[in-house]
Design a protein around this ligand. Sequence first.
Ligand SMILES: Nc1ncnc2c1ncn2[C@@H]1O[C@H](COP(=O)(O)OP(=O)(O)OP(=O)(O)O)[C@@H](O)[C@H]1O
Ligand SMILES: [Mg+2]
Length: 414
Amino acid sequence: MRPLRSTRKVGSSAGGSMTSSMVRLNIPLDPAKTGREAASLENGLRRMIVGQDEAIEQIVNIYQMHLTGMNAPGRPIGNFLFLGPTGSGKTRIVEATAEALLRNPRSVIKIDCAEFQHSHEIAKLIGSPPGYLGHRETHPLLSQEVLNQHHTETMKLSFVLFDEIEKASDALWNLLLGILDKATLTLGDNRKVDFSRALIFMTSNLGASEMSNLMSPKLGFGAGAARDRMNSGVVEAGMHEKLARSGAEAARRKFTPEFVNRLDKIVTFQPLGSDQLRKILDIELNMVQQRIFNSSSDRAFVFTLSDQSKDFLLEKGTDIKYGARHLKRAIERLLVQPMSNLIATEQVRGGDWIRVDFDGENKCLLFAKEAEGLPVQEMVRLVDTSVTMPAMAAANSASAEAAKIQTARSSKRS
Ligand SMILES: Nc1ncnc2c1ncn2[C@@H]1O[C@H](COP(=O)(O)OP(=O)(O)OP(=O)(O)O)[C@@H](O)[C@H]1O
Ligand SMILES: [Mg+2]
């Protein structure tokens, strides 16, 4: 063992349990630093999620506590309540966490609470008691098998998302309280499901109307100007704090203290302004590119957008009330649908490079073929890899196939 550098001897006044051979070091420690795995989760989330730093931080903190065995035993790994405007990333961040840790965004088990309002619907979740008609045929949605189905060799975590919890019936609410507190659910046939390796996320639109009023005031001094600023994608200073307060207050008003006490964290998601939407546009464009690479390897092509065409999509896709959902709809309508027409009519083929520009006169996007017969390396080089690099790795193999086919074709042509 390396001898410790002695600073000063511990005197008897320092505490009865210390021995005289113990030395004091007084080395400052940094508790804000996270371990390698938590840091890697944080980086992954920051690549996929824009403008929701608090939510990212809370998820990373809880994950780190889990890794070091510091979270409370006999409870789920984390219980989160997400509030805030629609289309701000509440569902997406759960999928992104599952993607970062399990490499599968579809591994999130989603329970839409609005679908379980009556007691007979609860049977879909927990199965019916033995003896009931159809007992054997019902496969509970929340069984241990379902919970563990996406576990990997190295990562035994489950992600469970309860959407719109304010719509849950009393019966569902009682189940939820048991899960949050004891990490246990009792199925219809009395089997127990263990949630101690699960992260529980709940979302609610609670306080949404107050929040939307804060973001886009209808009455009062300066309401018109404030609304205009919001509509053009400017989130006012102090808005984040106001929304967070409004969300937490709404949660305390609506939910019982026994529920609120079982939560590790209530996070109010922030409205997305132009700066955030601009970054989300790049992420979404990369996802469209990914879809093209994945859909059919022999049809893989690349597209690039000029700055003006991105500005146009942003202009059409900015609506602070609907967040990124509105932007996604604009991308589908103005970019994806026209491109699918180009594919269907064989104006675009595998190995093509499509350039998208903005026609200022007619206020629409222009599509032009910049090159054809590109080898895969060339296509990959054209794609912006800064945002979704891990996903691009999968695309590489898909487009490698495309490259082979492409080379085969070009050799036939020559
Ligand atoms: N902060 C964000 N960062 C990156 N992408 C986002 C963000 N917010 C939304 N998106 C994009 O918009 C889509 C819709 O967002 P999401 O489903 O997470 O909304 P939500 O907050 O759950 O809304 P709702 O309350 O209506 O369920 C996501 O799939 C994602 O593509
Ligand atoms: Mg959602």
